[in-house]
Ligand binder design. Structure first.
Ligand code: BEZ
Length: 213
């Protein structure tokens, strides 16, 4: 199945390192990050999962729950978690789905047969509290993901959901943002952006980042 931005994220029930998980129950009203990795006991994945564990407070601040997935079994996940904890000096604090029958991988298109017939690729999906898919990325097995970038996207999504703005290239929390081109009414712009704004071109208007909730 192909998943696209704006689709409702499919629900599933599957075994994990923390027991059987129903995805929607796990998410509750939170944002979610579901990410697949090719295999347990592999070096890049070890660093990715360790780093994700270290970002727990950053995810919590944003109301995000992380959950990982590979096609290895629960016993493998549990043994590998001990290695991750030791080698990455952390404690894995999120479940790893044991998708041996590839049920979830198929639902989320995590197996790309021309990359590997059997292993999941390095994909990541951000899901909002309405269960809508808001970001999909896929990296090759040889390239570890940048989880600072994932946090940056969450910040952008949460900001732009609440204000009529979008975030420009390389934006970081606190930087100027752009006013959405569809907002044209001068009075409304002044009301929404009391800190003022600059018009670079009629379609590129910059304003200080509005207060986040
Ligand atoms: C890794 O996580 O290190 C890895 C996994 C599959 C292929 C290459 C590297």
């Amino acid at each position: 199945m192909t998943i696209r931005l704006g689709d409702i994220a499919p629900d599933f029930t599957q075994d994990s390192s923390e027991g059987i998980i129903n995805f929607y129950d796990f998410l509750g009203d939170s944002w979610g990050i579901l990410f697949s990795h090719p295999a347990d006991y592999t070096p890049v994945c070890t660093t990715e999962l360790g780093f994700t564990a270290k970002l727990k407070d950053e995810f919590s601040k944003r109301g995000v729950k992380a959950i990982a997935l590979s096609v290895d079994d629960v016993e493998s996940h549990k043994g590998w978690i001990q290695d991750i904890n030791t080698t990455q000096n952390t404690t894995v604090n999120f479940p790893i789905i044991a998708d041996q029958d590839r049920k979830v991988s198929t639902l989320y298109d995590f197996i790309h047969p021309n990359a590997s017939e059997t292993l999941t690729v390095r994909s990541l999906v951000i899901i909002d509290p309405n269960k809508k898919v808001r970001l999909i990325i896929t990296y090759p097995a040889s390239t570890g993901r940048n989880f600072h970038e994932i946090l940056r996207v969450v910040d952008s999504l949460q900001l732009t959901d609440n204000h009529k703005v979008a975030t420009p290239a390389n934006w970081q929390h606190g930087d100027e943002v752009v006013i959405v081109p569809s907002l044209k009414d001068e009075e409304e712009i002044k009301q929404r952006f009391p800190k003022g704004y600059k018009t670079v071109t009629p379609y590129l208007r910059l304003t200080p980042q509005p207060e986040t909730k």
